[in-house]
Every structure is written in structure tokens, then in C-alpha cells.
Design a protein around this ligand. Structure first.
Ligand SMILES: C[S@@+](CC[C@H](N)C(=O)[O-])C[C@H]1O[C@@H](n2cnc3c(N)ncnc32)[C@H](O)[C@@H]1O
Length: 235
């Protein structure tokens, strides 16, 4: 429910436009890294995509499993997939959880290994502009009755890290008391040129680096940026 306000339909639209423009057949075999509870995955299945998803969090995978999607519990940095995919996606700034550029390079190699010839890799980042504009020091809470959460988001402008600290309260039916759990999320906000430097240029060509959910070139003003890479196969 924390993800209730997420613009999944915008992502479905973007992925459909990408499939139409760059893949030329339908449905592409699509694999998602960091798919969370498979909300986007379920929508992609409903839109006819041949979808399999994954996340490295067992609790996310448990929830995803309830949606009936093909789902694996795995880290994007160590994918061990037997079949090739036409498109791999890693969205809603999951890639920002990587703390170093060397981890990006490891991930790019793994993705390359799992893509078919000329396959695509789509991922997005949340930007420093977004953090400075909205999440420099932001408090938020929602109450759904059975459970509620508070969130404190803050940005470290020296380390370029975005922090989201959650406290989740879940009502225990038998006692009426609330059980509290906490989660601390840290994301690293690399600049687009830094991410570009981590992409092995003999493995991928960069198709586009776009502002938001559009095909417009990104700028310093972009709050979310999508990267689309195409696999270069050895000849
Ligand atoms: C902000 S959530 C987005 C989840 C999902 N994509 C969505 O839009 O609902 C980021 C997700 O990425 C996952 N994640 C982060 N780093 C990962 C990694 N190295 N490998 C696999 N999953 C990862 C987290 O567990 C989390 O579920």
C-alpha cells in the first residue's frame, strides 16, 4: 500500500512504446529485476507481455507469488537464468540501491548474459534534483486502520545518498495492540555521466537517456531518468 501512488500505468505505457519502436515483435520475453510485489509485472501480463520477475527480498517475492506471476528470488548482480530475454527492466529506482559504480558494472554484465541478441535493458534512476526538490527533509504518514506507517525521507548532499526511514505499525487482532517494525532504505544518487562510465561499451550501446516517462533528452531538471541500452553481441 506504500506504493499506492506509484505511476505504474506510465511505466506500462513507456514499455509498450519501447517494445513497438525498438523490438518490432510481440510479445517480447520480459524479465524484471527488483520487481517488488509484482504490481507492474501483473499489469504487463494483463497487457500481453511474456513476463517473469524477480526481487532479492524474500518478503517481496512472497507477496509477488500471490499474484500468480513467474517469480524468482534473486539479486540483479547474480542472475542465473537459463533462458534469454528480449527485454530486462529494473524500474522505480531499484538500481539506486547499488552503492558503487563497480556494482553497476557487475549488474550490466549479468544483464548482458541474460539478454537475447540485440535485447534491451531499461532502468531508471531518481535524481539529486528530485531529492533536493521534494525529499531534503520530508515527513509522511498514512493510516489504513489495520496498519499504518510513518516515513522520514532525508538527503545527504555530501554523500549524495537518499534515506527513507519507515516505521510500520500492524494491528494484532487478538489484542488490539500494534506491532512496530522499522525499515531503513539508503539509495545512492549517481549522476548520469557516472552511470554511463560504468556501462561496458563493448557490451551495450546507449539507445536513449530520457526525462521522466518520455523520449525527451534528460536535463539537470529531470526528477526521474530512464536509460535504455541495447545489447551488442560478439560477432
Ligand atoms: C523502490 S522498490 C520498487 C519495486 C518495484 N519495482 C515496484 O515498482 O513496485 C525497489 C526494489 O528493488 C529491489 N532491489 C534493490 N536492489 C536489488 C538488487 N540488487 N537485486 C534485486 N532486487 C533489488 C528491492 O528489494 C525493492 O523491492
Amino acid at each position: 500500500m506504500v506504493m499506492m501512488h506509484v505511476r505504474y500505468d506510465e511505466w506500462v505505457g513507456l514499455i509498450k512504446r519501447i517494445a513497438k519502436k525498438y523490438i518490432h515483435f510481440f510479445p517480447p520475453k520480459t524479465f524484471e529485476i527488483g520487481g517488488g510485489t509484482a504490481v507492474l509485472g501483473k499489469k504487463l501480463v494483463e497487457n500481453g507481455f511474456a513476463y517473469a520477475g524477480s526481487d532479492f527480498s524474500p518478503s517481496m517475492c512472497r507477496e509477488a507469488g500471490k499474484k500468480g506471476c513467474t517469480y524468482f528470488c534473486t539479486d540483479g548482480r547474480s542472475l542465473a537464468l537459463k533462458t534469454g530475454f528480449d527485454m530486462i527492466i529494473f524500474l522505480y529506482d531499484g538500481i539506486n540501491y547499488l552503492m558503487s559504480l563497480s556494482e553497476y558494472t557487475v549488474l550490466f554484465h549479468e544483464v548482458w548474459n541474460c539478454l537475447n541478441h540485440t535485447g534491451l535493458f531499461l532502468f531508471d534512476i531518481t535524481t539529486r534534483t528530485n531529492s533536493l526538490r521534494y525529499f531534503r527533509d520530508y515527513h509522511d504518514h498514512e493510516d489504513f486502520g489495520e496498519w499504518s506507517y510513518t516515513r522520514h525521507s532525508y538527503y545527504n548532499a555530501v554523500k549524495h545518498t537518499q534515506h527513507n526511514d519507515f516505521a510500520v505499525y500492524h494491528r494484532i487482532e487478538s489484542s488490539g495492540l500494534y506491532e512496530k517494525t522499522t525499515e531503513y532504505h539508503t539509495q545512492k544518487l549517481f549522476m548520469p555521466h557516472e552511470i554511463l562510465s560504468a556501462i561496458p561499451d563493448d557490451k551495450f550501446e546507449v539507445v536513449g537517456i530520457w526525462d521522466g516517462y518520455s523520449f525527451r533528452e534528460y536535463s539537470d531538471d529531470s526528477e526521474r531518468i530512464h536509460f535504455l541500452l541495447r545489447k551488442i553481441s560478439a560477432v
